[in-house]
Design a protein around this ligand. Structure first.
Ligand SMILES: Nc1nc2c(ncn2[C@@H]2O[C@H](COP(=O)(O)OP(=O)(O)OP(=O)(O)O)[C@@H](O)[C@H]2O)c(=O)[nH]1
Ligand SMILES: [Mg+2]
Length: 391
């Protein structure tokens, strides 16, 4: 009896080994049904590179294969929730980026102003440098005029005096007294709402994602609204930003109504008692009326449930006067409360801070200084000017 059992066991083991051997020999060919062994997920390229002989072998072996095993769970790891740094100190951390892109302007101006003889030619050059850096005509003239008067009073100048003089003038034009705080305080149980608008490609979605990180870094709870429904990729892009920091993204169907997504996001924000809802919008500058209709509707619909506390206009610093004209159209259709100036790391024309504030009458509140997820900082005029002038 024992012997009989033994034989059965041996036969079973041999059969299993044979099946295993055949299994190992088996290669799923292009025509064979894909059977995936659980521990050895094969890469698609491998199938492509396999010789034809192996394909045939595989086809012959399909009948003796063990029942298909349920494919292993996809090896996608749950995204880990990151803890972004707080807003304080961000601009100082990014000062090097600013210095790299803006310090040539400061060095040039300091050198010119340090000359013993400041004749008209030198003043013209100072003026030209400021204009080239997008400071704008009127602010440039104001700076030059002030400098001329102060230099006359001083007579001979030490390098420290020259630096102070210039620092004072640049700061005066940037106006450190403007209120640059983001209005993101809850209204009782109701979240604050931030609407992000601007021309396409300026960095709206990126800035929305980065801003969520800034706020989360400061301990706030955030919901994102993907009101750019023009293409599904836009909502995916935003959702990826949100997932990294544990912020939910409300999205709608592709081609759906942006206002309804914004509304749903605000409702979600109220239900979940979050602090801030940030709404990303589409940037295509169709007609002014089209834009007005769309943004106007988004705003009106949000206002059924909450108040729009902040309308941030995202402006690409590298686009200069052209970008500014387009920004002006946005400012005409919606009441902008702050500017997020992006890509300051990629241009020497930092003077746009001065001209945009002047043209649009609203402060730069955020500065984008790189493509990294935490390369967005609350704008600090003093850090900005010191980066231009060097330490
Ligand atoms: N160097 C640099 N790149 C930036 C900055 N901000 C955004 N970008 C880049 O700008 C590109 C466009 O950014 P998006 O956020 O997709 O722009 P958008 O305005 O949402 O574009 P649309 O949705 O097409 O209107 C991306 O490659 C960003 O990484 C910045 O401060 N510095
Ligand atoms: Mg976008």
């Amino acid at each position: 009896m024992d012997g009989y059992l033994g034989v059965i066991v041996i036969v079973a083991v041999v059969a299993l080994l044979a099946a295993g051997g055949l299994f190992l020999l088996f290669r799923p060919g292009r025509k064979a049904p894909p059977v995936k062994p659980p521990e050895a997920p094969t890469l698609p390229e491998e199938t492509e590179k396999r010789p034809a002989a192996a394909d045939e072998e595989g086809e012959g072996a399909t009948t003796t294969l063990p029942p298909p095993v349920k494919p292993a769970e996809p090896l996608v790891k749950e995204p880990e929730v990151e803890v972004p740094p707080p807003s304080a100190g961000r601009m100082v951390r990014l000062r090097e980026r600013l210095a790299r892109s803006q310090s040539a302007l400061g060095r040039g101006l300091l050198e010119l102003l340090s000359r013993d003889r400041l004749d008209d030619e030198v003043w013209d050059e100072i003026e030209e440098r400021l204009i080239t850096a997008d400071v704008g005509v009127a602010p440039t003239q104001a700076i030059v005029e002030e400098l001329r008067t102060k230099v006359k009073v001083l007579g001979s100048r030490t390098p420290a005096e020259v630096r102070n003089l210039l620092r004072e003038q640049l700061l005066a034009q940037i106006n450190p007294d403007l209120d640059r705080t983001l209005h993101v305080q809850k209204h009782g149980e109701r979240p604050a709402v931030v609407l992000v608008v601007g021309v396409n490609g300026t960095g709206k979605t990126t800035t929305t994602g980065k801003l969520a990180r800034v706020l989360i870094g400061d301990g706030k709870h955030v919901v994102l609204g993907a009101a750019d429904t023009f293409r599904a990729a836009a909502a995916d892009q935003l959702q990826t930003w949100g997932e990294r920091v544990g912020a939910e993204t409300v999205r709608g169907p592709e081609g759906g109504d942006p206002a309804s997504v914004a509304f749903d996001a605000v409702v979600k924000g109220i239900d979940q008692k979050v602090d801030v809802v940030i709404i990303d919008t589409a940037g295509r500058l169709h007609t002014k009326t089209g834009l007005m209709d769309e943004l106007g509707k988004v705003k009106r619909v949000i206002e059924k449930k909450a108040t729009v506390d902040e309308v941030l206009l995202v402006l690409d610093a590298t686009t200069g006067q052209n970008g500014m004209r387009q920004a002006q159209v946005f400012a005409e259709v919606v009441n902008i409360t702050g500017i997020a100036l992006t890509k300051l790391d990629g241009t020497a024309k930092g003077g746009i801070v001065i001209s945009v504030q002047r043209e649009l009458g609203v402060p730069v509140k955020l500065a984008g200084l790189g493509e990294g997820s935490d390369d967005l900082a609350p704008f600090d005029p003093e850090v900005f000017v010191d980066a231009i002038l060097g330490e």
